[in-house]
Design a protein around this ligand. Structure first.
Ligand SMILES: Cc1ncc(C[n+]2csc(CCOP(=O)(O)OP(=O)(O)O)c2C)c(N)n1
Ligand SMILES: [Mg+2]
Length: 371
């Protein structure tokens, strides 16, 4: 005989529902490029709006060229970015040069726009150590491959900035899958406890390789994971450059005013495969889903918005495309001109003073490489 469920004394369903309802998606531009939230419009000049568009178009070309260079065997590791431009480029655009970026493997565009020369980004892709020798005045670290690890590092960098009295933030990125990692929770919790000036971005592109986000977590939104750390969590339309920009800009202001970190979930989509190492998205995504997301495209939407203000046209678009292609050609030439890395290079750059066991190996390799 089935047991009768006892009347619960605590309404847990209601409690959870109330929390979930707090996380509405923040949007400024709809899919048609129309302003649907005038009050939230960021304070950007016409030139700044054009620059944001220019960077997104440029980055789309960089993605297309990187994919083809990878297929030609001229690049190594590459994680495609098309579809995620608003989430990536508009979030970086809200930063200042003194802010630190701690990227994941898909976040190469943000560090390039923050100042990493493109030829070095190409060398990073090839696994060449010169790709990780970030110029002194560029506040970025190398892209992290270990999912979520950069969240902890960002909390530390942010605390360091605070202790030194800097008016700057540390921003880091992970994916929807990354929010299942222990490092994710440790990072946001630590930053929350110390009111560290950090911005934690979760680029929710719906999949962790082939695992859909609703199998990844029972959490209705990923933004609400901030609640447990006592920090604000915001869900943003990640295909809307103006919404992403505004959310990050405000998070930055709160952070440098001593109000602590923010978690920002950007709802986005990667059009391409997970990486260029053999992933086939048709095995886990339907073409209906792809089409639905392509209608939300961040470039199409922002282009419509700018065209309605007479701030964008075909000529500007083509100029940007040509500039991107020229820069990429030049950068790949520079990357090719870099001498092939040797084992002795790796030993030389590792320690200020070489330990004795490495010295022995160094001599062996020096001898081998001289032949
Ligand atoms: C700690 C760790 N576990 C597993 C992997 C293998 N791995 C690489 S990417 C990935 C999926 C990540 O998905 P998500 O966080 O959603 O980011 P996305 O690739 O979609 O941008 C996994 C499991 C890894 N790199 N690090
Ligand atoms: Mg993902």
């Amino acid at each position: 005989m089935a047991q009768k469920t006892k009347q619960a004394k605590i309404n847990v369903q209601d409690q959870l529902k109330k929390v979930e309802e707090q996380f509405e998606t923040f949007q400024i531009l709809n899919e048609e490029g129309e302003v649907v939230n005038e009050a939230a419009m960021p304070d950007l000049s016409d030139e700044q709006l054009q620059e944001l568009m220019r960077r997104m178009v440029y980055t789309r070309i960089l993605d297309q060229r990187s994919i083809s260079l990878n297929r030609q065997g001229r690049l190594g590791f590459y994680a495609p970015t098309a579809g995620q431009e608003a989430s990536q480029i508009a979030s970086q655009y809200a930063l200042e040069k003194e802010d630190f970026i701690l990227p994941g493997y898909r976040d190469v565009p943000q560090i390039v726009w923050h100042g990493l020369p493109l030829w070095q980004a190409f060398l990073f892709s090839r696994g060449h150590f010169k790709g990780n020798q970030i110029p002194e005045d560029v506040n970025v670290i190398s892209p992290q491959i270990i999912i979520g690890a950069q969240y902890i590092q960002a909390a530390g960098v942010a605390l360091g900035l605070k202790k030194r009295g800097k008016k700057a933030v540390a921003i880091t990125y992970t994916g929807d899958g990354g929010t299942s990692q222990g490092d994710f929770y440790e990072g946001i919790n630590f930053a929350g406890a110390f009111k560290a000036p950090a911005i934690f971005i979760v680029q929710n592109n719906r999949f962790a390789i082939s695992t859909p986000v609703d199998l990844q977590s029972a959490s209705k939104t990923l933004a609400q994971k901030g609640v447990a750390a006592g920090i604000p969590g915001i869900q943003v339309d990640g295909m809307d450059a103006l919404a992403v920009y505004t959310a990050v800009k405000e998070a930055r202001e709160r952070a440098i005013n001593g109000e602590g970190p923010t978690l920002i979930e950007t709802l986005t989509y990667r059009y391409g495969p997970h990486t260029m190492a053999g992933d086939d998205p048709t095995r886990y995504r339907t073409s209906e889903m792809d089409n639905e997301w392509e209608l939300k495209d961040p470039l199409v939407r922002f282009r419509k918005f700018l065209e309605s203000k007479k701030l964008w046209n075909e000529e500007l678009e083509n100029e940007t495309i040509e500039k991107a292609k020229d820069d990429i050609k030049e950068a790949i030439k520079l990357a090719d001109a870099e001498p092939k890395q040797k084992v002795t290079d790796l030993i030389e750059i590792m320690y200020e003073e070489m330990p004795y066991n490495l010295k022995e190996q160094y001599e062996i390799y020096k001898e081998k490489e001289s032949k």
